[in-house]
Design a binder for this molecule. Structure first.
Ligand code: ADP
Ligand code: MG
Length: 260
């Protein structure tokens, strides 16, 4: 692993200076009169785990959605592994499959079994046979600890189990990067840890991750970098250790004081 120039000696995770995987350059986004992303620049390298935090309405979800092209941008560029996301069609579906997405509200297909939720994308977008897709899905469901729920409908599962299925579904596409937008915010407190543990495992396995979360434990344990956003801007961008112990701006200090 490369030595780093920015990780303090106290950090237990080395910041990996790998090749750029997600490159966000001069991105602006408006909703009507509202300027929700203001000249956003950041680079996520392969194997890096980036936590995005900030007050509600600061543009975190819009940034995630823009990276997956669920949202268009007004100016700037976003590339995934060197490629710009095409506007539409099959090319978009294929490239979008490189970016796994997990939402706060799970968003599983309610009328399909857990297994079908995980096999659908690989069959339709990646062209896997049903048998191959099912074998892969079962291995992933095993990995997130819900293999015994494979033939149930999503509503029969707890929130924590559904979110783990959503993570397995995202992984089934062999994404290059996975975005998780407040993945534990809709969960009952007793279910948060089982999802965080799966996320920490993923991070340890080397998955490139962008995670919007206020779970400081996850950030401290698994993140290489924290991006603090407020009012559509990146205000601070540093290691978790540095951010939590020595925030540089009043806005970050204020945010952290309300959080803990
Ligand atoms: P966060 O995820 O940090 O809470 P969002 O990215 O969801 O913030 O929202 C940023 C701002 O953009 C908010 O003011 C929100 O109300 C606004 N916004 C988000 N989506 C839309 C939309 N589809 N239409 C209009 N305004 C939106
Ligand atoms: Mg949000």
């Amino acid at each position: 692993m490369e030595p780093t120039d920015s990780a303090p000696a106290t950090s237990n995770i080395t910041v990996r200076r790998g090749e750029p995987l997600v490159v966000v350059k001069d991105v602006n986004k408006n909703f009507g009169d509202l300027h929700v992303l203001k000249n956003i620049n950041t680079v996520v390298t392969r194997g890096e785990v980036v936590v995005v935090i900030g007050p509600s309405g600061s543009g975190k979800s819009t940034l995630c959605r823009a990276i997956n092209r669920l949202e268009t941008i007004d100016s700037g560029s976003i590339t995934i592994d060197g490629q710009a996301l095409p506007a539409e069609g099959k090319a978009l579906a294929r490239l979008r499959a490189d970016v796994g997405m997990v939402f706060q509200s799970f968003n599983l297909f309610a009328h399909k079994t857990v297994l079908d939720n995980v096999t659908l994308g690989p069959i339709k977008v990646r062209g896997l046979s049903r048998a191959a897709a099912e074998e892969k899905a079962m291995a992933l469901l095993e990995r997130v600890g819900v293999a015994n729920q494979a033939h149930k409908m999503p509503a029969q599962l707890s929130g924590g189990q559904q979110q783990r299925v959503a993570i397995a579904r995202a992984l089934a596409m062999d994404p290059k990067v996975i975005l998780l937008d407040e993945p534990t915010s809709a969960l009952d407190p007793e279910m948060i840890n089982e999802v965080l543990e799966v996320m920490i495992q993923l991070a340890n396995d080397g998955m490139t991750m962008i995670v919007v979360t206020h779970e400081m434990g996850f950030a401290r344990k698994a993140a290489n970098r924290v991006i603090f956003m407020a009012d559509g801007e990146i205000i601070e961008e540093t290691t978790p250790e540095h951010f939590f112990t020595d925030p540089q701006t009043d806005r970050a200090k204020d945010f952290l004081s309300k959080l803990i």
